[in-house]
Design a protein around this ligand. Structure first.
Ligand code: GLN
Length: 358
């Protein structure tokens, strides 16, 4: 993954899948379907995409190479707290870059929409998540908080006068999103900390451009810890449902962030959550999403819930292949796609708009 500034070549070969099974309405209007329908659709998607064996497990972080490539779980959590899971949805894995969306939300909540935008930006780089070239091309600006450089700047902005205080802010905040205390995978943390030369270089480069206000090495260390928090697909669905629910965790009923912060977070996820393939993602899936190199993906249907998947085989941009296919299918069949609306007045309202108003 580390030399994939050229990963944007994948834009020429976006992932394509068959249309989802069934006669689902494929609109974002309304609520989640009934429990038996959701359960059946999850089962279908899991069975369909469990047969995909494309892609490879990330190995540039040595301990991630040990992941079982056959694991596959999907989970949905509605804003009313009802949850549905299939397959290996309780497997624990390190959250990796999925964390960036939640750190953005927590920091945005603490220091505000405008400050974050000025410090990091909200535009896609068009390049891989760990691109050094993107920084150089943009005068040292990370451009968005979903790539490594932007996530490092976000860490430097975390409230707290020590690395321990910053880490506590993040671990507690992430845990509130999940509705349970999230713990560090020490093995993954130590493995990445021993090999994260590229992230240390990004932090140093940001410092040289005057975009890193905190110590670059301490910042990289906190970022590495953040990426090593253990979650399951079910946790990610709950975390996504918290963003879908205006910032209130639907299981604990605790307010984690304000509704305006959720809105800002979803906008940034939509623009850059899948890095250089965010356009393909939005075109195919129609939902804000965030992926990570351990194989997790979270997507959010505002007002409806969170949909998450876990499967460690990745494409060249570092996103789970089975996860992408399953989420694309379920976005349609569950009626989550933000861009697919139903006519308000139903089929009887035909004719031109002017005829309908008379
Ligand atoms: N910790 C990983 C890194 O910095 C996260 C990357 C990812 O999930 N895309 O490389």
């Amino acid at each position: 993954m580390t030399s994939l500034d050229g990963g944007d070549l994948d834009l020429l070969n976006p992932v394509r899948t068959a249309d989802p099974p069934g006669d689902a309405p494929f609109t974002s209007t309304g609520r989640l379907p009934s429990r038996p329908t959701v359960t059946g659709l999850l089962r279908d998607a899991h069975a369909t995409y469990a047969t995909l064996d494309d892609g490879t497990v990330a190995d540039y972080i040595p301990s991630l190479a040990a992941a079982d490539p056959g694991r596959f779980g999907i989970s949905v959590c509605g804003v009313d707290g009802t949850s549905f899971s299939i397959g290996d949805a309780q497997d624990a894995f390190s959250i990796q870059s999925v964390s960036k969306a939640f750190t953005f939300a927590l920091v945005c909540g603490a220091i505000g929409h405008t400050t974050v935008r000025e410090a990091v930006g909200v535009n896609n780089t068009g390049l891989a998540f760990d691109s050094v070239m993107a920084l150089e091309l943009n005068g040292g600006s990370p451009r968005n908080p979903m790539v490594n450089a932007g996530a490092l700047v976000m860490i430097s902005l975390v409230p707290g006068d020590s690395a321990a205080a910053k880490w506590q802010f993040l671990q507690e905040g992430m845990s509130r999103f999940a509705g349970r205390r999230l713990l560090l995978d020490v093995e993954v943390y130590e493995s990445e900390a021993a090999t994260n030369h590229r992230n240390r270089a990004l932090a140093a480069l940001l410092r040289s451009y005057g975009h890193m206000s905190y110590d670059p090495l301490l910042t990289t260390d906190i970022y590495t810890r953040q990426c090593s928090l253990l979650v399951s697909a079910r946790d990610l669905a709950v975390m996504g449902a918290t963003l879908a629910d205006g910032g209130v965790n639907p299981l604990t009923h605790e307010r984690v962030v304000d509704p305006s912060v959720c809105r800002d977070t979803l906008a940034v996820m939509a623009a850059s959550g899948l890095y250089q393939r965010s356009g393909d993602w939005l075109y195919e899936v129609g939902l804000p999403g965030k992926s990570g190199v351990s194989g997790g993906i979270v997507t959010v249907a505002p007002g409806k819930g969170g949909l998450a998947a876990y499967s460690p085989r990745l494409d060249a941009a570092g996103t789970s292949i089975r996860g992408q296919h399953a989420i694309r299918s379920l976005s349609r069949s569950l009626g989550l796609d933000l861009f697919a609306s139903a006519p308000v007045a139903g089929p009887a309202a035909s004719g031109t708009p002017s005829e309908r108003t008379t």
